[in-house]
Design a protein around this ligand. Structure first.
Ligand code: BG6
Length: 304
């Protein structure tokens, strides 16, 4: 595996050609490409990549609060989506694993790494003084990003290293790149209860087995029993999004007016080329007792 580290971003490339780039700012995945160069993630042409604001695209990490913090909660002084996406993380290193361990191959030296895992760390001591003051709890998060053949896993290990309990929300704000929103459907949400943030946070139950996105969409699907959401483009599965210990999924597309109103969303009509399918634990709070650890993650499979 080729790794480059320029002190602001880490790029990894598998022998098979897949590649991944992660900014230390936010530990934001800003590129995930297939071996043939196809981009799986959408990143705005005007995304700030210099650490001046969270990245518009890729995979920002949302922690310890999703959305605007509730006023009656310990996170109330934090910015929308918390501090993980605009803090500088530490690169902790990589580990690799080999393709199906065939004994002959390893003795002849022809095995190639088939996946690489990059680990990033954020703890109370890495936070800005403002974030530390706004959320004065002792925590450690290890974020692991694993690139494999046609797949990317993002997973967190959250630790309470203090002496009192606290609660958190976490979410992977994944901007998937698609050819055409008008030809895109989601499956795997039928029968799931959701909160519709476009319709004043009203609650409904999904009645579509194939959900089309035809306007501004901002929904929190809760406690989803099935583990896989599939993004279908042109009647062909394009991505499988497979959750592990993450009960919820946010489906977001800003559509025309909201996209145009965001200064860092470009080009204006790029809302047609993206869909956010954001796996997380956000409908409720996850409580972590002193000394405890919690893990959750999501695997995206590129099905081209
Ligand atoms: C989604 C939220 O996860 O993120 C939306 O459900 C929000 O309500 C969107 O608009 C983008 O948020 P931000 O802070 O990156 O503009």
């Amino acid at each position: 595996v080729d790794i480059s580290d320029d002190n602001s971003r880490i790029t990894a490339r598998l022998p098979s050609g897949e590649s991944l780039t992660v900014l230390l700012y936010g530990a934001t995945v800003v590129s995930w490409k297939n071996a043939d160069g196809t981009d799986n993630l959408w990143v705005s042409e005007k995304a700030a990549l210099d650490g001046s604001k969270p990245v518009r695209g890729g995979i920002p990490v949302v922690f310890p609060v999703f959305g605007p913090p509730p006023s009656n909660h310990a996170t109330s002084s934090l910015p929308q989506h918390g501090f993980a996406r605009n803090s500088r993380w530490e690169y902790l290193g990589k580990s690799t694993s080999e393709a199906s361990a065939e004994p002959e191959a390893s003795t002849t030296g022809t095995t190639a790494d088939s996946s690489v895992k990059l680990d990033f760390g954020l703890s109370s001591s890495n936070l800005s003084p403002e974030a530390r003051a706004a959320w004065p709890y002792d925590f450690g998060v290890v974020y692991s990003v694993t690139l494999g053949p046609n797949s990317l896993q993002t997973a967190v290990n959250v630790r309470n290293v203090g002496d009192k309990a606290w609660d958190f929300q976490v979410l992977f704000h994944t901007y998937l790149a698609i050819k055409d929103i008008s030809k895109t459907h989601l499956t795997g949400l039928l029968g799931v209860t959701y909160t519709d943030k476009v319709l004043n946070a009203s609650t409904a139950t999904e009645s579509n087995s194939k959900l089309a996105i035809t306007g501004e969409t901002d929904r929190v699907y809760k406690a989803i029993p099935q583990s896989t959401t599939t993004v279908i483009v042109d009647d062909k599965p394009r991505f499988d999004v497979i959750r592990d210990n993450l009960p919820d999924t946010v489906v977001w597309n800003p559509w025309k007016e909201k996209a145009a109103a965001m200064g860092d969303f470009s080009p204006d009509d790029a809302y047609k080329q993206m869909i956010c399918v954001e796996a997380g634990a956000v409908a409720d709070w996850t409580k972590l007792e002193a000394g405890d650890t919690w893990e959750g993650g999501v695997t995206c499979k590129s099905l081209l």
